[in-house]
Design a protein around this ligand. Structure first.
Ligand SMILES: [Zn+2]
Length: 649
């Protein structure tokens, strides 16, 4: 890899027609005193490592090393083209009909002035030959490009085309939403009512036990949703006209650039609610109608970091202690996003955290601070990745290493190496079940014999919502249900009583409150080792492990159903979505069925869910992994509906 990085990126010269050369953009920024040479090289390295190519200027802005204006000014010097900032934009745009506004918006081009034989334009990317040629074709004139600032062009176009004359709109929405004066925005965001609104949003979220707050602007409306016990629920949103002020307020709290609304940003801040310290991680993403903001709430001092309270059975808890007592080897925890993997790892760390052990962690993010444990936060922007952090960690003489997630081959290889050299390694993997992790590690290039000699055990888990103790209702299940799931295995009683959700004010009328883990623990026995060395598939490994006494996640869930902790529906929801999705997408059926109801009606899908699903489908088509993990949180009926939609695409 190293030889791919230009050593002197800033001095690198670009050949130009006519034998001249042009100094690279980075060089101009260094000359202007905006950047150090080391930073330019860092950005070049990022440019090479990124899957999708981006201009160096874009990367520099994204990682916050320079402002958009700095890049535009240097670009202007580099290309010898004048800069056009928003002071140069005309009030009325000269050409309105010949060129599609969409095209201008997409190509980030604003028409400044039109004369008899030429048109001058501000372009975010003045090197875009295609745009210049297209404009020349539309207008029949020569195009004179100037260097524009992308966000200014965006706002300029919005004001001049979409919002012309609407600034006195009765709702006042537009006037506020597209404010481009940062000072004004700052002022607005610090006004007492806005501060109060934001505080209220956070307080309410804490009180309802939410893990995330989603603030999402849509066309003419602001939505707020809380994620409680893994599922989103809509709550009262602040008035739509305060959208910009609310979002700016949060950005100020998280120390983000409030002027930047075209790029995603990440930040964090702390608040105290009723004496409890809460850490909030903020992420903003530009969407069609403004910035969408998600706040993740991390309760530092309010977590049960013991296996019992997390939902482990006594037997499994003991198994975990046995595995953690081994001096070296790997313990893996697997499951989708939001399945409680990291909480389990923290419980393990807490158990291991004694004065005679040195524990080091590499995490993304550090969710809880454990006293006495050296925790390191991954920062890929500055080259501190899981792999690079691990390489330095092993030189720190640790006994126990926790790796937040094994994302790539390199990280997995270092983990195996550390386990071989006498360390106890804890980590997570993103697979569906315990046996699946073995195939995943082999796909990552870990040799079978290394796997069998280092991995001690693999724990797979999901979180099920617990029935609200205040309102759950007892009922006698039908014989078929008892028989179908073999519920008698889990109880000595002859008559089985199950519970179902009702809903009361204690649980926000959802019938559930809190969550607990259902788990399966695959221990590396001689039989399992042999299967791995024979390269048996995950299904076979799983089957043999179950024969050997491994209780599957599903069975662990049924155990909780019988004790009245949760419902069968809930256990099915978190363990079976994927097979359900596959099943429904195989059957083809028309949009309307014989009873005249649409699929949406039959599956009980609300209009809001339907809209979300369409967006999800679009994301799925691009293969986004994030959306697939989001899917795991949807109720089964919605999943089945999604299957239909997917079929009809
Ligand atoms: Zn209740």
């Amino acid at each position: 890899m190293a030889n791919m990085i230009p050593q002197h990126a800033a001095q690198e010269a670009i050949p130009m027609p006519g034998g001249r050369t042009r100094k690279a953009l980075g060089g101009y920024l260094v000359d202007a005193g905006k950047l150090t040479l080391a930073n330019v090289e860092r950005a070049c390295r990022l440019q090479h490592e990124q899957a999708q190519w981006e201009p160096i200027g874009t990367i520099l802005i994204k990682i916050g090393l320079v402002s958009e204006r700095d890049v535009a000014e240097s670009l202007s010097a580099q290309l010898d083209l004048p800069l056009a900032d928003r002071m140069d934009f005309p009030d009325e745009l000269p050409i309105d009909t010949r060129i599609s506004h969409k095209f201008l918006k997409h190509s980030r081009t604003l028409i400044l002035d039109e004369e008899d034989d030429q048109v001058s334009v501000a372009m975010a990317d003045p090197l875009d030959q295609y745009v210049k040629e297209a404009l020349a074709l539309f207008t029949g004139k020569q195009i004179r490009p100037r260097v524009g600032i992308a966000s200014e062009i965006d706002i300029g176009l919005e004001q001049r085309y979409d919002l012309k004359g609407d600034s006195d709109d009765a709702s006042g929405i537009d006037a506020i939403q597209f404010l481009d004066d940062v000072e004004q925005l700052k002022e607005l965001a610090s006004e007492a009512p806005v501060v109060k609104l934001v505080n209220q949003l956070i307080h309410q979220a804490v009180e309802s036990g939410a893990s995330d707050i989603h603030i999402e602007p849509f066309e003419g409306i602001l939505k707020v949703r809380y994620r409680v016990d893994g599922l989103l629920r809509e709550v009262d949103a602040p008035p739509t006209r305060s959208t910009a002020a609310v979002i700016s307020r949060i950005k100020i709290m998280a120390n983000l650039d409030i002027a930047e609304r075209r790029l995603s940003q990440d930040g964090r801040f702390k608040v105290r609610v009723r004496g409890k310290e809460i850490d909030l991680r903020v992420s903003t993403v530009p969407t069609m109608y403004g910035e969408s903001v998600v706040l993740r709430l991390l309760h530092r001092d309010n977590v049960a970091l013991d296996f019992g309270p997390l939902g482990f059975s006594r037997e499994l808890e003991q198994f975990m202690y046995d595995i953690l007592a081994r001096p070296h080897g790997i313990l893996l925890v697997t499951g989708p996003t939001g399945s409680g993997k990291s909480t389990t790892l923290y419980a393990a760390l807490k158990h291991l955290n004694t004065p005679e052990r040195k524990i080091l962690t590499v995490e993304d993010p550090v969710e809880y601070n454990i006293e006495g444990v050296n925790q390191m936060q991954v920062k890929p922007q500055i080259g501190l990745t899981f792999a690079s952090a691990l390489r330095s960690i092993v030189r720190q003489d640790p006994d126990v290493i926790m790796i937040g997630e094994m994302r790539d081959k390199e990280t997995a290889a270092i983990a195996v190496q550390s386990a071989l050299t006498g360390h106890l390694v804890l980590s997570t993997l993103h697979t569906n079940d315990a046996a699946g992790s073995i195939t995943r590690l082999m796909d990552m290039g870990i040799e079978d014999y290394l796997l069998t000699s280092t991995v001690n055990a693999i724990l797979a888990q999901r979180l099920v919502r617990s029935l609200c103790p205040h309102c759950r209702e007892a009922y006698a299940p039908m014989d078929e249900v008892v028989l179908r799931w073999g519920l008698k295995r889990f109880t000595q009683d002859q008559t089985i009583t199950l519970y179902r959700e009702a809903g009361c004010e204690h649980c926000g009328h959802s019938g559930y409150s809190g969550r607990s883990a259902i788990v399966e623990l695959l221990v590396m026995t001689e039989t399992i080792k042999q299967l791995i060395l024979n390269h048996s598939d995950a299904g076979e490994i799983s089957r043999v492990a179950a024969e050997g006494g491994m209780r599957t996640m599903f069975e662990d869930g049924l155990r909780k159903v019988v004790t009245g902790d949760t419902t069968i529906e809930e256990v099915l929801r978190v363990t079976q979505e994927q097979s359900q999705l596959q099943m429904t997408s195989r059957q083809h059926s028309p949009a309307k069925s014989a009873d005249g109801k649409s699929d949406a009606e039959r599956f009980g899908v609300t209009a809001v869910q339907k809209r979300g699903l369409k967006a999800l489908l679009a994301a799925m088509a691009t293969g986004s992994r994030r959306c697939l993990t989001t899917l795991l949180h949807w109720p089964g009926s919605v999943m089945a509906f999604l299957g239909k939609l997917w079929m009809r695409r």
